[in-house]
Design a protein around this ligand. Sequence first.
Ligand SMILES: *[C@@H]1O[C@H](CO)[C@@H](O)[C@H](O)[C@H]1NC(C)=O
Ligand SMILES: *[C@@H]1O[C@H](CO)[C@@H](O)[C@H](O)[C@H]1NC(C)=O
Ligand SMILES: *[C@@H]1O[C@H](CO)[C@@H](O)[C@H](O)[C@H]1NC(C)=O
Ligand SMILES: *[C@@H]1O[C@H](CO)[C@@H](O)[C@H](O)[C@H]1NC(C)=O
Length: 335
Amino acid sequence: MHPLLLAIAAATAASAKLVLFLPLNETAGTQATDYSGNNRHGRYINTPALQGRNGTRLDGVDGCIQLPNDLMRNQYTLSASIEVLIRTEQSGNYFVFGLGNAGSNGYGNGYVFVTGDPVLRGAITPSTYDNEAEVRTGSALARNVWTTLTFVVDSTAQGGGRLTLYQDGRSLGGRTNNAAIVAPGSIGTGSTSSNYIGRSTFKADKYLAGSVRNFRLWDHALSAAEVATLVPPTQAPGTGGGGGDSGTSAEDRITAALLALNIPNVDAIRGNIVLPTVSNGIPINWSSSQPEVISTNGTVIRYDQDVLVALTATANFDGASGQRTFFAMVLRAGA
Ligand SMILES: *[C@@H]1O[C@H](CO)[C@@H](O)[C@H](O)[C@H]1NC(C)=O
Ligand SMILES: *[C@@H]1O[C@H](CO)[C@@H](O)[C@H](O)[C@H]1NC(C)=O
Ligand SMILES: *[C@@H]1O[C@H](CO)[C@@H](O)[C@H](O)[C@H]1NC(C)=O
Ligand SMILES: *[C@@H]1O[C@H](CO)[C@@H](O)[C@H](O)[C@H]1NC(C)=O
């Protein structure tokens, strides 16, 4: 099938089981309108900046978006997806989004969530943090760049269930610990009242300092092909899809420069690679989570096992800065 038709078919299949879809593109008011047809509107709390197609800007202090109660009732599987841009002032522990309950002791008490720090990860727990079944990556979410995060929970998959975290349609892997993957609908026996974008179920946590848009929740586990259709043609403002208004600010130029970067065969690296030092005329600096495997000059050394390396490009332009991380799989020697 033509890739576009495939994308449309997948999107149609996915929307059949949409629980809610908040574009978060209002410009006024307190209602975050649900476009799924299910009337599950959210509520803007503490007057975040509503910026239309640029999404909703949360201040990191007390702004957030409250979602309706009991969103996961009866669900054995779920997928949640959001476009987010984290700002440099973000610190501490925080949730990009979380569905669950806040305990009277100030701890989260049963929840599903995704965070970008201290490393990008997604998790589900029937109780609190020590029972989180999680997908944990090796690095924090880059600042000042739009990215699409999708978390898929399938408690019914063989072998104790499956968790998959995607960034911009690329799987970052499955569960990284042995904690049990419970049915999302078992949390609070279906009753959940701490469902937020930008606010944690833990009282001591920070709020999100960043922008969000296009939050979607499904009652089933999306396939990788379906997840790929969620990523806007480009995450850059002014380029259509989930993009925002056009503009040529330093932030936009940085975003475009980072998006133009490409590492061929990033999933299966067998030799030295080229890490461009300039993109769209903007200088790029690279860092590597494991320079002994991939050096920032592109030198690759293969070991006797596959190694996943996070390569982060930093672009600085006109006083602004942005980052993009690639996950590069260096295949074991001989593979
Ligand atoms: C918000 O997004 C929805 C769904 O894409 C669209 O139908 C609506 O027109 C948008 N509203 C604004 C103000 O852009
Ligand atoms: C969206 O952002 C662009 C710059 O990136 C700006 O020019 C435009 O005014 C913004 N639109 C809204 C509705 O805030
Ligand atoms: C980027 O790298 C150049 C040289 O390669 C260096 O002069 C510059 O300070 C670096 N910038 C940052 C922000 O790391
Ligand atoms: C690349 O970097 C590694 C260490 O980071 C160094 O050993 C090697 O000589 C460098 N290669 C080139 C071509 O600069």
